[in-house]
Design a protein around this ligand. Sequence first.
Ligand SMILES: [Zn+2]
Length: 242
Amino acid sequence: MSTANAYLTVRGIDIDVIYKDIKNLHIGVYPPLGRVRVAAPERFDDDQVRLAVIQRLPWIKRQRETLRAARRQSEREMVTGESHYVWGLRRRLKVVERPGRTHFEVEGERLVLFTPSTTTAEQRRSALDQWYRQQLREAIPGVIQSWEQKLAVSVPGWTLRRMKTKWGSCNRATRHLWFNVELAKKHPDCLEYIVVHELAHYFESNHGERFARLMDKQMPDWRRRRDQLNGSPLAEEDWGER
Ligand SMILES: [Zn+2]
């Protein structure tokens, strides 16, 4: 079975497209960020896929809103027993209430929060956010450095940011990179994939065939990493022939 891949941007939404030996177009919206992936029959071309996506935009937007609402609802209480993902591993939270500075430590399989009993859930969530950022600040420089060498480029600067629908982004004019704080919850392979993806934009602005070829050459398993990053779909629908 032959497959080809493309990235499209439709009305500001990035779409991952895979062409396969299948009968019907298939659209999925994937948590946590609502990434959109399309599996299309080989007889389709990019324009036909674009058109199909435009027709399904209201549905896609509804799915994304559902995801966002679910994220808000699942706001964590920050109590013992909850699970929190760290670098792709699900860790049980243990809260140790004691006076002193609020901080996190990984102990065995657990994530331990040391904090005074008076801190609120909000303060604890914010401490966790800071801890995730710290994890990334420690991990990212090494990854960037090794890929700067492999690709013979240099990165002038990068910033962590919470983004609603993107794992990373790149300003081609300034070459500055942004990374989503949520990456600290994913396997390190995913972080590396995003770094390479954003660096690939130094060479290619669009997610076209040349972009895919560049990724294939530099990181042959990038599709696996991308799928690992985007997880299983929140919602999927098959759209029959029309
Ligand atoms: Zn991109």
